[in-house]
Design a protein around this ligand. Sequence first.
Ligand SMILES: Cc1cc2nc3c(=O)[nH]c(=O)nc-3n(C[C@H](O)[C@H](O)[C@H](O)COP(=O)(O)OP(=O)(O)OC[C@H]3O[C@@H](n4cnc5c(N)ncnc54)[C@H](O)[C@@H]3O)c2cc1C
Length: 386
Amino acid sequence: MAIREHDLREIRDAVAKLCASFPMEYWRELDRERRYPTGFVRALTESGYLSCLIPEEYGGAGLGLSAAAAILEEIQRSGANGAACHAQMYTMGTVLRHCSEAQKKKYLPKIAKGELRLQSFGITEPSAGSDTSSIRTTAVRKGERYVVNGQKVWTSRAEHSDLMLLFARTTPREQVQKKTDGMSVFLVDMKAALGKGLTIRPIRTMINHATTEVFFDNLEVPAENLVGEEGKGFRCILDGMNAERILIGAECIGDARWFIAKATAYANERKVFGRPIGQNQGVQFPIARAYMATEAAALMAERAAALYEAGRPCGPESNMAKQLAAEASWQAADMCLQTHGGFGFAEEYDVERKFRETRLYQIAPISTNLVLCYLAEHVLQLPRSY
Ligand SMILES: Cc1cc2nc3c(=O)[nH]c(=O)nc-3n(C[C@H](O)[C@H](O)[C@H](O)COP(=O)(O)OP(=O)(O)OC[C@H]3O[C@@H](n4cnc5c(N)ncnc54)[C@H](O)[C@@H]3O)c2cc1C
């Protein structure tokens, strides 16, 4: 695959070029109708970007997390929305480290070729929320199958994915010593499961995110689709979560850079009181502040990605990168809207769409308070508060 030889600068330029063939009107129309960007996802798949983390022996580009982060950042920086397909990258954190050789051989080459999509990650449940160990979806082993019952919510892209990484309880919470034990991860063939114990219902939201709720009613999953060891799934998910935090951080940095470029251009061009609005410090300073916050977040994201790639612990850095980047993108979004005055509300400027889209990252994949709880407990050694 061509991108194998490229360095990050070349990857960035190539992604930006691909994104330029999907103009802002494309994203506006999809947003209006809440439609999935099938053409964009196909183009990214065919160019090999979505399989950049899959090792070469399985048909991918075998690149590191920094390359994946650069790809997602460029997508967001172009004004597009990579949320339609980012899961295929962040699920790799779990898949590459915990799937068996047989599972990798079965699925990865097809994912790399674009014959299968792994875009769905089912963790969150309505009653458990951020308290993942309280999930109620169960998978009970019956011979060579697990029988799954329960419900997930906010399972994004479920209607556009062939495979789902599903997190379910295999031993009741009361029967395990540590509440994070007794949970397991499964690779679910969604197309085979639809109508045979799996039901998907779309949820309309303030952004175009193809998110859904998913119901399991005696869904049978072959035992060979268990990922890693039964009961030790929390560990598998944690490995995926650090990758997810870093990649979402990169998307936020891309968003922030889009807002900053958009605001700067507008502040230079818009004349009020006979001069560009950008000549006023009241307009300049928020742009400069957003820029500073973005560059600081980008440094943390780079550090987290370097640790992840070196196989070193990176929980604090990944969480800080995600949080700082999500805060920087929201700061930049607010600044950009303010800089545009009334025109920021007009659909054709794309600011209001990106403003709504980037707000998500204060909540998902982990809400800001929970990142702070994590740092307080695990880094600062304060008493656990949750
Ligand atoms: C558009 C969208 C897409 C999503 N996609 C996916 C997906 O693909 N797969 C998936 O599994 N999930 C997905 N999610 C779910 C997302 O990860 C959760 O919404 C998020 O983790 C927060 O959980 P919750 O919504 O249940 O909030 P809750 O856990 O109910 O929390 C509500 C509020 O209370 C705060 N809070 C809760 N407990 C504490 C505490 N102890 N201390 C301080 N504050 C606290 C939280 O910070 C939050 O602000 C998505 C969500 C959205 C909105």
